[in-house]
Design a protein around this ligand. Structure first.
Ligand code: TXA
Ligand code: MG
Length: 302
Protein backbone atom coordinates (compact mmCIF):
# COMPACT_ATOMS: atom_id res chain seq x y z
CA UNK A 1 0.00 0.00 0.00
CA UNK A 2 1.15 3.56 -0.69
CA UNK A 3 2.25 5.93 2.05
CA UNK A 4 3.62 9.46 1.68
CA UNK A 5 7.17 8.10 2.22
CA UNK A 6 7.44 4.79 0.32
CA UNK A 7 5.14 1.83 -0.41
CA UNK A 8 4.69 -0.57 2.51
CA UNK A 9 4.12 -4.33 2.64
CA UNK A 10 1.33 -4.70 5.18
CA UNK A 11 0.04 -7.41 7.51
CA UNK A 12 -2.21 -7.32 10.56
CA UNK A 13 0.27 -6.64 13.33
CA UNK A 14 -1.53 -8.83 15.90
CA UNK A 15 -1.53 -11.88 13.63
CA UNK A 16 1.87 -13.64 13.84
CA UNK A 17 1.11 -15.82 10.79
CA UNK A 18 0.36 -12.74 8.68
CA UNK A 19 3.51 -11.02 9.96
CA UNK A 20 5.60 -14.09 9.10
CA UNK A 21 4.50 -13.70 5.48
CA UNK A 22 6.11 -10.25 5.36
CA UNK A 23 9.51 -11.71 6.23
CA UNK A 24 9.05 -14.50 3.69
CA UNK A 25 8.08 -12.10 0.90
CA UNK A 26 10.92 -9.67 1.58
CA UNK A 27 13.58 -12.27 2.33
CA UNK A 28 14.23 -10.31 5.51
CA UNK A 29 15.81 -11.83 8.67
CA UNK A 30 13.01 -12.57 11.15
CA UNK A 31 14.61 -10.76 14.10
CA UNK A 32 14.35 -7.37 12.40
CA UNK A 33 11.57 -5.24 13.95
CA UNK A 34 8.71 -3.77 11.91
CA UNK A 35 6.91 -0.42 12.13
CA UNK A 36 3.25 -0.66 13.16
CA UNK A 37 1.03 1.78 11.27
CA UNK A 38 -2.04 3.22 12.99
CA UNK A 39 -5.04 5.26 11.86
CA UNK A 40 -5.21 7.44 14.96
CA UNK A 41 -3.24 8.50 18.02
CA UNK A 42 -5.86 7.02 20.38
CA UNK A 43 -4.61 3.54 19.32
CA UNK A 44 -1.09 4.17 20.66
CA UNK A 45 -2.06 3.02 24.18
CA UNK A 46 -2.73 -0.51 22.98
CA UNK A 47 0.82 -0.79 21.55
CA UNK A 48 3.05 1.30 23.81
CA UNK A 49 3.46 2.13 27.50
CA UNK A 50 5.27 4.88 29.44
CA UNK A 51 5.07 7.29 26.48
CA UNK A 52 7.27 10.28 27.43
CA UNK A 53 6.29 13.94 26.96
CA UNK A 54 8.74 14.36 24.10
CA UNK A 55 6.95 11.62 22.15
CA UNK A 56 3.57 13.28 22.78
CA UNK A 57 4.95 16.58 21.50
CA UNK A 58 6.41 15.02 18.37
CA UNK A 59 3.24 13.04 17.65
CA UNK A 60 1.15 16.16 18.10
CA UNK A 61 3.39 18.13 15.72
CA UNK A 62 4.08 15.56 12.98
CA UNK A 63 1.33 12.91 12.92
CA UNK A 64 -0.15 12.05 10.56
CA UNK A 65 3.14 12.20 8.65
CA UNK A 66 6.58 10.76 7.90
CA UNK A 67 7.69 10.20 11.51
CA UNK A 68 8.15 6.89 13.36
CA UNK A 69 8.45 6.88 17.14
CA UNK A 70 10.20 4.06 18.99
CA UNK A 71 8.45 3.51 22.32
CA UNK A 72 8.33 0.88 25.06
CA UNK A 73 6.03 -1.85 23.91
CA UNK A 74 2.78 -2.71 25.66
CA UNK A 75 2.27 -6.23 27.07
CA UNK A 76 0.90 -8.64 24.48
CA UNK A 77 2.50 -7.08 21.42
CA UNK A 78 3.73 -10.06 19.34
CA UNK A 79 7.48 -10.75 19.33
CA UNK A 80 7.23 -11.28 15.58
CA UNK A 81 6.60 -7.53 15.17
CA UNK A 82 9.22 -6.21 17.59
CA UNK A 83 11.95 -8.70 16.73
CA UNK A 84 11.74 -9.74 20.40
CA UNK A 85 12.79 -6.27 21.61
CA UNK A 86 11.12 -4.38 24.43
CA UNK A 87 10.34 -1.48 22.10
CA UNK A 88 7.98 -0.88 19.20
CA UNK A 89 8.02 1.48 16.22
CA UNK A 90 4.71 3.35 15.60
CA UNK A 91 3.69 5.66 12.77
CA UNK A 92 0.49 7.35 11.61
CA UNK A 93 0.91 7.96 7.88
CA UNK A 94 -0.88 10.79 6.10
CA UNK A 95 -1.35 9.31 2.61
CA UNK A 96 -5.13 9.13 1.99
CA UNK A 97 -5.00 5.54 0.69
CA UNK A 98 -2.95 4.40 3.71
CA UNK A 99 -5.35 6.16 6.04
CA UNK A 100 -8.40 4.60 4.37
CA UNK A 101 -6.80 1.16 4.62
CA UNK A 102 -5.91 1.61 8.30
CA UNK A 103 -9.40 2.87 9.10
CA UNK A 104 -10.90 -0.23 7.44
CA UNK A 105 -8.56 -2.65 9.19
CA UNK A 106 -9.32 -0.89 12.48
CA UNK A 107 -6.09 -2.08 14.10
CA UNK A 108 -2.33 -1.80 13.65
CA UNK A 109 -0.76 -2.81 10.34
CA UNK A 110 2.87 -3.87 10.44
CA UNK A 111 4.64 -2.71 7.31
CA UNK A 112 8.24 -2.53 6.18
CA UNK A 113 9.04 -0.91 2.85
CA UNK A 114 7.73 -3.15 0.04
CA UNK A 115 11.12 -4.11 -1.44
CA UNK A 116 13.36 -7.16 -1.25
CA UNK A 117 15.69 -7.00 1.76
CA UNK A 118 18.58 -4.55 1.29
CA UNK A 119 17.25 -3.07 -1.95
CA UNK A 120 15.91 0.35 -2.82
CA UNK A 121 12.48 1.22 -1.37
CA UNK A 122 9.57 1.52 -3.85
CA UNK A 123 8.08 4.94 -4.54
CA UNK A 124 5.70 3.85 -7.34
CA UNK A 125 3.29 0.89 -7.50
CA UNK A 126 5.23 -0.47 -10.50
CA UNK A 127 8.37 -0.71 -8.34
CA UNK A 128 6.45 -3.05 -6.03
CA UNK A 129 5.04 -5.16 -8.84
CA UNK A 130 8.44 -5.57 -10.48
CA UNK A 131 10.12 -6.71 -7.25
CA UNK A 132 7.37 -8.45 -5.26
CA UNK A 133 4.58 -8.88 -7.80
CA UNK A 134 4.70 -12.69 -7.65
CA UNK A 135 4.85 -12.70 -3.84
CA UNK A 136 1.96 -10.46 -2.80
CA UNK A 137 -1.77 -10.86 -3.31
CA UNK A 138 -2.70 -7.25 -3.94
CA UNK A 139 -1.07 -3.90 -4.64
CA UNK A 140 -3.04 -0.73 -3.85
CA UNK A 141 -2.24 1.92 -6.47
CA UNK A 142 -1.60 5.31 -4.89
CA UNK A 143 0.51 7.13 -7.43
CA UNK A 144 4.05 8.26 -6.73
CA UNK A 145 5.08 8.91 -3.12
CA UNK A 146 5.17 12.56 -2.19
CA UNK A 147 8.19 12.38 0.17
CA UNK A 148 10.12 9.54 -1.47
CA UNK A 149 12.39 8.61 1.47
CA UNK A 150 11.54 6.41 4.48
CA UNK A 151 10.18 8.08 7.62
CA UNK A 152 12.39 9.78 10.19
CA UNK A 153 12.80 7.38 13.14
CA UNK A 154 13.14 8.90 16.61
CA UNK A 155 13.88 6.62 19.54
CA UNK A 156 11.84 7.90 22.50
CA UNK A 157 12.29 4.77 24.62
CA UNK A 158 15.33 6.07 26.52
CA UNK A 159 16.03 9.12 28.64
CA UNK A 160 16.47 11.54 25.72
CA UNK A 161 15.18 11.25 22.14
CA UNK A 162 17.68 10.09 19.49
CA UNK A 163 17.31 10.17 15.69
CA UNK A 164 17.89 6.62 14.44
CA UNK A 165 17.14 7.33 10.78
CA UNK A 166 17.03 10.81 9.20
CA UNK A 167 14.08 11.65 6.97
CA UNK A 168 11.84 14.46 5.74
CA UNK A 169 11.05 15.48 9.33
CA UNK A 170 14.48 17.03 9.79
CA UNK A 171 16.67 17.42 12.86
CA UNK A 172 15.89 21.17 12.75
CA UNK A 173 12.12 20.49 12.74
CA UNK A 174 12.41 18.04 15.66
CA UNK A 175 14.52 20.46 17.68
CA UNK A 176 12.06 23.24 16.93
CA UNK A 177 9.28 21.23 18.57
CA UNK A 178 11.31 19.81 21.46
CA UNK A 179 13.03 23.14 22.17
CA UNK A 180 16.31 21.28 22.72
CA UNK A 181 19.11 19.78 20.64
CA UNK A 182 18.50 16.19 19.54
CA UNK A 183 21.24 13.63 19.06
CA UNK A 184 21.50 12.01 15.63
CA UNK A 185 23.19 8.75 14.87
CA UNK A 186 23.06 5.03 15.47
CA UNK A 187 24.52 5.07 18.97
CA UNK A 188 21.29 3.71 20.41
CA UNK A 189 21.36 0.08 21.51
CA UNK A 190 18.18 -0.68 19.63
CA UNK A 191 18.67 -2.72 16.50
CA UNK A 192 17.54 -0.98 13.35
CA UNK A 193 18.44 -2.74 10.11
CA UNK A 194 17.75 0.42 8.16
CA UNK A 195 21.02 1.36 9.82
CA UNK A 196 23.03 -1.51 8.36
CA UNK A 197 25.92 0.01 6.45
CA UNK A 198 24.83 -1.44 3.11
CA UNK A 199 21.15 -0.87 2.47
CA UNK A 200 18.99 0.96 -0.02
CA UNK A 201 21.36 -0.26 -2.73
CA UNK A 202 20.91 -0.52 -6.51
CA UNK A 203 22.77 -3.26 -8.43
CA UNK A 204 25.25 -0.76 -9.83
CA UNK A 205 28.17 -0.01 -7.55
CA UNK A 206 27.98 3.55 -6.21
CA UNK A 207 30.75 6.10 -5.50
CA UNK A 208 30.21 9.52 -3.96
CA UNK A 209 32.51 12.20 -5.38
CA UNK A 210 32.74 15.96 -5.74
CA UNK A 211 31.74 17.52 -9.04
CA UNK A 212 35.40 18.34 -9.73
CA UNK A 213 36.54 14.71 -9.33
CA UNK A 214 33.96 13.12 -11.56
CA UNK A 215 35.22 13.74 -15.10
CA UNK A 216 38.64 12.16 -14.48
CA UNK A 217 37.13 9.16 -12.68
CA UNK A 218 34.51 8.68 -15.41
CA UNK A 219 37.22 8.73 -18.07
CA UNK A 220 39.24 6.03 -16.28
CA UNK A 221 36.20 3.84 -15.84
CA UNK A 222 35.02 4.23 -19.42
CA UNK A 223 38.56 3.37 -20.60
CA UNK A 224 38.43 0.18 -18.51
CA UNK A 225 35.24 -0.84 -20.33
CA UNK A 226 32.71 -0.12 -17.57
CA UNK A 227 29.27 1.30 -18.26
CA UNK A 228 29.30 4.53 -16.26
CA UNK A 229 26.47 6.70 -14.98
CA UNK A 230 26.53 10.11 -13.31
CA UNK A 231 23.79 11.18 -10.88
CA UNK A 232 23.78 14.83 -9.83
CA UNK A 233 21.66 17.96 -9.61
CA UNK A 234 24.20 19.66 -11.84
CA UNK A 235 25.85 17.28 -14.29
CA UNK A 236 29.58 18.19 -14.34
CA UNK A 237 31.17 19.43 -17.58
CA UNK A 238 33.67 17.46 -19.61
CA UNK A 239 32.28 13.93 -19.22
CA UNK A 240 33.09 11.32 -21.86
CA UNK A 241 30.18 10.94 -24.32
CA UNK A 242 29.64 7.27 -23.29
CA UNK A 243 28.51 8.32 -19.78
CA UNK A 244 24.79 7.99 -18.97
CA UNK A 245 23.50 11.15 -17.34
CA UNK A 246 20.84 11.08 -14.59
CA UNK A 247 19.93 14.63 -13.66
CA UNK A 248 18.27 15.31 -10.30
CA UNK A 249 16.12 18.27 -9.22
CA UNK A 250 17.82 21.40 -7.92
CA UNK A 251 15.73 21.42 -4.74
CA UNK A 252 16.27 18.91 -1.93
CA UNK A 253 12.58 17.90 -1.66
CA UNK A 254 12.62 17.11 -5.36
CA UNK A 255 15.78 15.02 -5.00
CA UNK A 256 14.22 13.08 -2.10
CA UNK A 257 11.08 12.42 -4.13
CA UNK A 258 12.83 11.11 -7.23
CA UNK A 259 16.02 9.52 -5.86
CA UNK A 260 14.83 5.90 -5.64
CA UNK A 261 13.14 5.95 -9.04
CA UNK A 262 16.42 7.25 -10.49
CA UNK A 263 18.42 4.46 -8.85
CA UNK A 264 16.06 1.91 -10.40
CA UNK A 265 16.46 3.60 -13.79
CA UNK A 266 20.25 3.36 -13.38
CA UNK A 267 19.90 -0.41 -13.00
CA UNK A 268 17.51 -0.70 -15.95
CA UNK A 269 20.06 1.03 -18.17
CA UNK A 270 22.66 -1.55 -17.18
CA UNK A 271 25.04 0.89 -15.49
CA UNK A 272 27.98 -0.85 -13.74
CA UNK A 273 29.36 2.10 -11.80
CA UNK A 274 27.34 5.11 -10.70
CA UNK A 275 29.22 8.28 -9.77
CA UNK A 276 27.15 10.56 -7.54
CA UNK A 277 27.59 14.18 -6.50
CA UNK A 278 25.73 14.26 -3.15
CA UNK A 279 23.71 17.35 -2.12
CA UNK A 280 24.55 19.56 0.85
CA UNK A 281 23.84 17.99 4.25
CA UNK A 282 21.24 20.49 5.44
CA UNK A 283 17.54 19.82 6.11
CA UNK A 284 16.34 16.80 4.16
CA UNK A 285 19.79 16.76 2.52
CA UNK A 286 20.97 14.79 5.60
CA UNK A 287 18.51 11.99 4.83
CA UNK A 288 19.44 11.97 1.13
CA UNK A 289 23.17 11.75 1.88
CA UNK A 290 22.50 9.06 4.51
CA UNK A 291 20.78 6.86 1.88
CA UNK A 292 23.47 7.59 -0.72
CA UNK A 293 26.21 6.55 1.75
CA UNK A 294 24.38 3.29 2.40
CA UNK A 295 24.01 2.72 -1.33
CA UNK A 296 27.77 3.29 -1.65
CA UNK A 297 28.76 1.06 1.32
CA UNK A 298 30.29 -2.40 0.85
CA UNK A 299 27.51 -4.84 -0.05
CA UNK A 300 25.71 -7.41 2.08
CA UNK A 301 25.92 -11.03 0.99
CA UNK A 302 23.66 -11.78 -1.97
O1 TXA B 1 8.53 5.34 5.84
C1 TXA B 1 8.59 4.26 6.42
O2 TXA B 1 8.98 4.17 7.60
C2 TXA B 1 8.19 3.01 5.64
C3 TXA B 1 6.68 3.10 5.37
C4 TXA B 1 6.13 1.84 4.76
O3 TXA B 1 6.01 3.42 6.55
N1 TXA B 1 8.53 1.83 6.37
C5 TXA B 1 9.81 1.43 6.50
O4 TXA B 1 9.93 0.21 7.16
O5 TXA B 1 10.76 2.05 6.09
P1 TXA B 1 11.27 -0.64 7.17
O6 TXA B 1 10.94 -1.89 7.92
O7 TXA B 1 11.79 -0.79 5.81
O8 TXA B 1 12.22 0.19 8.07
C6 TXA B 1 11.85 0.35 9.40
C7 TXA B 1 13.03 0.63 10.25
C8 TXA B 1 13.99 -0.53 10.27
O9 TXA B 1 15.30 -0.03 10.19
C9 TXA B 1 13.69 -1.13 11.63
O10 TXA B 1 14.77 -1.82 12.19
C10 TXA B 1 13.35 0.08 12.45
O11 TXA B 1 12.57 0.82 11.58
N2 TXA B 1 12.57 -0.30 13.61
C11 TXA B 1 11.33 -0.78 13.67
N3 TXA B 1 10.99 -1.07 14.93
C12 TXA B 1 12.05 -0.75 15.69
C13 TXA B 1 12.33 -0.81 17.07
N4 TXA B 1 11.47 -1.29 17.95
N5 TXA B 1 13.52 -0.38 17.49
C14 TXA B 1 14.43 0.11 16.60
N6 TXA B 1 14.23 0.19 15.30
C15 TXA B 1 13.06 -0.23 14.84
MG1 MG C 1 13.10 -0.88 4.28
Amino acid sequence: FPTETVYGLGARARDPRAVAKIFAAKGRPADHPLIVHLARASEVVSWAVAVPDAAHQLAEAFWPGPLTLILRRAPGVPDEVTGGQETIGLRIPRHPVARALLEKVGDGVAAPSANRFGRVSPTHAEHVSSELGDRVELILEGGSCEVGLESTIVDCSGTTPVILRPGAITQEMLEGVLGAPIRAGGTSEVRAPGLLASHYAPRASVSLLTGAEIAARAEELVASGARVGVLASEIPEGLPSEVERFELSRDLEGVARELYARLREVDRRGVDVLLVVPPAEVGVGRAIVDRLRRAAAPRLQG
